[in-house]
Design a protein around this ligand. Structure first.
Ligand SMILES: Cc1cc2nc3c(=O)[nH]c(=O)nc-3n(C[C@H](O)[C@H](O)[C@H](O)COP(=O)(O)OP(=O)(O)OC[C@H]3O[C@@H](n4cnc5c(N)ncnc54)[C@H](O)[C@@H]3O)c2cc1C
Length: 544
């Protein structure tokens, strides 16, 4: 057991760890920064993969190992082991979309998403869940998705779990996570240990700033090196600007070479291949298709974009929590998740890591009160509830539009249906925190005081008013926008991930989900991409 009154020692800067990317480049991998590609030139390949995150990395390894010449295009920079210094400021600037400042159009939801080689897998918190069965069933019933039953998907999940070393976390949870387990046990709420995709994890807690020890089995240290070992090519800081199309065929991709500060360098090139896989994730995937004016007879591009809108509840404890150290998410509860599949919104309970920069934003407020709140950080705990959006007529998701410069605008509203879930989740979290021994609890709403007892919180939280921008609704789970299913009037890609209205375009990433997942999405994407990339491989072989 951890002694809560004993502070953990300062963690030294991690040094002397091998850097697989630098080693690979030294050994002759084909890796170029986009500005090294000759302006106006054409790169040819068997398959182009746009984006190198969960979907892109998985696909690249499978196709490259089968002997195909794969070209990976990634808009973000290439950063690796030696660049990851557990420094929030550097990480948000270098590894996140819009330097971690991505927001919904009304400013009410903060959206964290990756932008680097390896995508969001480089900065995620390693929780690894298979797609819940009710979600798979719902997709089949509502969208005609085929081949995604529990029995059909499990072998693909198992394959990726083995590839990425997914296993329940064996180490004692940190105090931040223990609060959830303790409070839930007190109240008879069931909880479980989270499986993580790590190998030899040092338990540092800074997964969100890039793993400095290569323990996190992100695409950066697993599938991308495997693809590069098998004669693939990677061009980074390379933004797919537009698809080049003729009739029902994609001929190639216009690529903008990004230079300093992620801005266009003035150079561009074209990539050509008989098959193009989009794996640039939700938000940016739909934006690419909108910029390209891709065929969309039913105006579905960007529609049904989901986020697991996430609510926060903070608690102050007498004992030290040190919420920034240790595996970020190791305990969860689905007690309130599946009470009704498509009725009132369900939610998953987890515990986020509280690095100081992130926490100062999430805590809301300003001035002396904010200073006082953030000063309590070593004794603070936070719990999150991830609302399962997309399973109800009043939860149709957001939509993606284009700004005048072609960048995505995210229109997503917290409506009455979701607000009901927001309030219920705050009540649940506050009750668990008090049951675990919290001395004060605060919902992440500007009008919420620090409540001193569960009775006070119960009365106070129910009175908090809905106002856009008055409370924290964050998201680290961007999903949907290019709905998968066989009903072409509602869906854009078929159950194999092929775009319905083009013959050689595929979407293998989280944007294809017809709803949110109801669990952290990475393993759903790995399993789905693994299945779909193998199917694509069969198709390519059959047509050779
Ligand atoms: C802080 C944080 C913590 C998280 N924790 C977890 C967790 O614990 N468990 C879990 O399951 N999930 C977690 N997630 C989410 C999970 O990592 C993502 O859902 C998943 O990686 C998405 O996979 P993807 O393939 O759809 O897209 P991504 O992994 O985001 O990859 C898309 C890639 O495409 C690139 N790209 C975009 N547009 C273009 C373009 N036009 N041209 C070229 N490249 C482009 C992007 O830069 C990016 O690298 C977390 C996310 C965040 C932000």
């Amino acid at each position: 057991m951890q002694n809560n009154n004993q502070r953990q020692p300062d963690i030294p800067v991690v040094a002397g760890i091998p850097d697989p990317i630098l080693d690979g480049i030294a050994n002759g991998w084909k890796v170029r920064e986009s500005t090294e590609v000759t302006d106006g030139s054409v790169i040819e390949a068997d398959v182009i993969i746009i984006g190198t995150g969960a979907g892109g990395g998985t696909t690249a390894e499978i196709l490259a190992k089968a002997g195909l010449k794969v070209l990976m295009l990634e808009e973000g920079p290439l950063k690796s082991t030696n660049d990851f210094r557990m420094d929030e400021r550097e990480a948000y600037r270098d590894l996140y979309q819009e330097s971690a400042g991505r927001m919904s159009k009304d400013g009410a939801m903060s959206i964290l998403q990756g932008r680097c080689v390896g995508g969001t897998t480089v900065i995620n918190w390693t929780s690894s869940f298979r797609t819940p069965e009710p979600t798979l069933d719902y997709w089949q019933q509502e969208f005609g998705v085929e081949g995604f039953s529990r029995a059909e998907m499990d072998p693909w999940f198992e394959k990726m779990e083995q590839r990425l070393n997914v296993a329940p976390w064996q180490v004692q949870p940190n105090e931040n996570n223990s609060v959830l387990a303790r409070g839930a046990t007190q109240l008879g709420i069931d909880w479980h240990v989270i499986p993580r995709n790590v190998s030899g994890c040092w338990n540092l807690g800074y997964c969100g700033t890039g793993c400095p020890t290569n323990a996190k089995q992100s695409m950066l240290v697993t599938t991308i090196p495997a693809a590069l070992d098998n004669h693939s090519e990677l061009v980074y800081s390379a933004r797919a600007e537009r698809l080049i199309m003729e009739g029902r065929k994609v001929l190639g991709v216009e690529v903008t070479a990004l230079g300093r500060n992620n801005q266009p360098s003035g150079k561009s090139f074209v990539a050509k291949a008989p098959h193009v896989v989009m794996a640039c994730g939700a938000i940016n995937g739909p934006a690419l298709l909108l910029r390209s004016k891709a065929p969309d007879p039913h105006k579905r591009i960007g529609k049904r974009t989901f986020f697991h809108p996430t609510t926060f509840c903070f608690a102050e404890f007498e004992q030290v929590i040190d919420p920034y150290y240790g595996a970020p998410q190791s305990i969860y509860s689905d007690h309130f998740q599946w009470l009704e599949v498509s009725g009132k919104v369900g939610y998953k309970l987890e515990v986020p890591p509280l690095q100081p920069g992130l926490t100062s934003v999430l805590l809301l407020g300003h001035g002396a009160q904010h200073f006082e709140d953030i000063s309590k950080l070593p004794n603070l705990h936070a719990m999150i509830a991830l609302l399962r959006d997309g399973f109800h007529a009043d939860s149709e998701g957001g939509s993606i539009e284009l700004a005048s410069d072609g960048t995505p605008i995210i229109d997503y509203e917290i409506n009455d249906y979701l607000w009901d879930g927001v309030v219920r989740s705050w009540l649940t979290m506050a009750e668990i925190q008090f049951a675990a021994g919290a001395k004060a609890v605060r919902a992440s709403h500007v009008d919420s005081p620090w409540f001193r007892s569960w009775e006070e919180a119960k009365a106070g939280i129910s009175k908090l008013e809905f106002r856009s921008n008055a409370f924290t609704a964050g998201s680290a789970h961007c999903m949907g926008g290019l709905t998968m299913g066989e009903d072409q009037s509602r869906c854009l890609v078929d159950s194999h991930g092929k775009y319905h209205h083009l013959d050689n375009l595929y979407v293998f990433d989280g944007s294809a989900f017809p709803t949110s997942i109801g669990a952290n999405p990475q393993l759903s994407i790995y399993g789905m991409a693994c299945k779909q990339a193998n199917k694509l491989l069969e198709t390519i072989k059959a047509s050779a």
